[in-house]
Design a protein around this ligand. Sequence first.
Ligand SMILES: Cc1cc2nc3c(=O)[nH]c(=O)nc-3n(C[C@H](O)[C@H](O)[C@H](O)COP(=O)(O)OP(=O)(O)OC[C@H]3O[C@@H](n4cnc5c(N)ncnc54)[C@H](O)[C@@H]3O)c2cc1C
Ligand code: SF4
Length: 558
Amino acid sequence: MDLPERERMEYDVVIVGGGPAGLSAAIRLKEVAAEAGGDLSVVVVEKGSEVGAHILSGAVVDPVGIDRLFPDWRNDPTCPLKTEVKQDKFYVLGPAGALRLPNFAMPKLMNNHGNYIVSLGDLCRWLAGKAEALGVEIYPGFAATEVLYGETGEVIGIATGDMGVDREGKPKDSFTRGMELTGKYVIFAEGARGQLTKQLIARFSLDAGREPQKYGIGIKELWQIDPARHQPGLVQHSFGWPLDGSTGGGSFLYHLDGGLVSVGFVVHLNYQNPTLSPFDEFQRFKTHKLVRETFEGGKRLAYGARALTEGGWQSVPKLCFPGGVLVGCGAGFMNVPRIKGSHNAMLSGIMAAEAIAPAIAAGRVGDEITAYDQGWRASAIGRDLKMVRNAKPLWSKFGTWIGITLGGLDMWTNELFGFSFFGTISHGKPDSQSLKPLSEVKPIVYPRPDGVVSFDKLSSVFLSNTNHEEDQPCHLRLKDPSVPIRENLPKYGEPARLFCPAGVYEVVYSDEAKTRDPRFVINAQNCVHCKTCDIKDPAQNITWVAPEGGGGPNYPNM
Ligand SMILES: Cc1cc2nc3c(=O)[nH]c(=O)nc-3n(C[C@H](O)[C@H](O)[C@H](O)COP(=O)(O)OP(=O)(O)OC[C@H]3O[C@@H](n4cnc5c(N)ncnc54)[C@H](O)[C@@H]3O)c2cc1C
Ligand code: SF4
């Protein structure tokens, strides 16, 4: 079918993604250009209906990135960083009890004092306001769905998706052609498992010679709790129960201001048991006696989920290619033991901007920004990630108890002597290859939700305010539609039913006994854009692509 030509708009720099990395890059580009007495035209496209709508994080934020952008932010009453961490508690959970680890046993890098508890969505909204005040154009509700290449294969821009296309792929009355946004350089700041980032890594072999990227899924709720139980500034982490010793992950529980508590659970996506459900592990975690009383009598306000990168130092791909760079969690800058990535997301956006602005000033266009790629390992980001590089692989290889003990010792020796007994340990295989067949595992049976502190998936997804135009092509693409029932169901029980935190994937049968005519159903309208299916499907048969712009969750302050 002949589609009308796309309109083209030209900028100096195009940024994909309005998270902490993309917005910090936009702000710093404007600042650096102004310091040199000039200006740069900068545009940010964001697939959420507004900046922050797709942002989900803990979040305890290390303000090192904000310090770089706005050294005076502490005197800015509009800055949402208000709740300073006052208490830092770390627990090992068993089914019936909890053991608090003494703070002095924790490496200094794990200390949260000086950090702030905040909604990262709110922080991004604040950054977006600052960026717009500097003249950055921000277009929420527009997903970048295609990379545009120039004559020599260099990246020259992106195209946003067409709107008003029906489920068969035909234009509706409301059809609007996408736009082409071109730039001298494009910064990809899509966060963990970005759709275009994945394509670029493959096209330019950016991961050649690196360890595979590793991931976790983080599921989070926001609660308004009983004021008598609220302790603003309290940060609490745990590992252990309800996960078994061979499954990595743990919880976070942060008391914000205004009676709010952010609670969440991360499961490492190299788990082996296909009957594991990260959603149900989280619900079960909240029933632990250490945790339950915080939420009894409270009200659950919001729910959501998002993948996070866990490969760290070993897995960071090459960051530049002709015409573009990767920043933030798209580059894999998450520090797993600290459960922090927003500081590195901001620092990487800043670093990329500080390399791109002078390149443009020197008249360069569409080449490789090698200064950024060559600089990060010796920067604050590199120092942050190098010290913890063995924590995740030790956990994966030796299980929770021995792995965490060795990982702790390794962080101590790195911190004190800049040295590791282990060198740099490899991660091995990607997370899609870690599942064992059903025949080799003990099935996990989860308790029914109590409706007080634990809930089912559908009532949870309701609280994510997820909304997609229903008559549009399915944005969860199967390379081979027969694989879920032919391969995944007999071998693994079709684990997508369980690893998806939004109930998108179902296997339905034509009889009540669930034996006849199994069919794989995709409820794409429930998708909260966490990207777990793209990562964990054992057949690597599911590709997540952006739906029509503005679709997806509408997180108010996650
Ligand atoms: C459960 C959980 C808890 C966490 N806790 C903490 C914490 O306590 N402290 C901390 O510092 N970090 C924490 N992190 C990590 C932190 O959230 C990330 O490091 C950070 O958000 C990464 O920023 P980013 O800008 O790279 O990506 P993101 O924050 O993911 O932002 C990417 C943005 O790009 C948009 N986007 C993506 N693709 C496209 C596209 N193709 N077109 C248009 N827009 C697009 C997305 O909608 C999104 O708004 C946590 C993460 C999770 C999941
Ligand atoms: S369909 Fe995939 S991306 Fe969407 S919520 Fe489920 S696992 Fe996450």
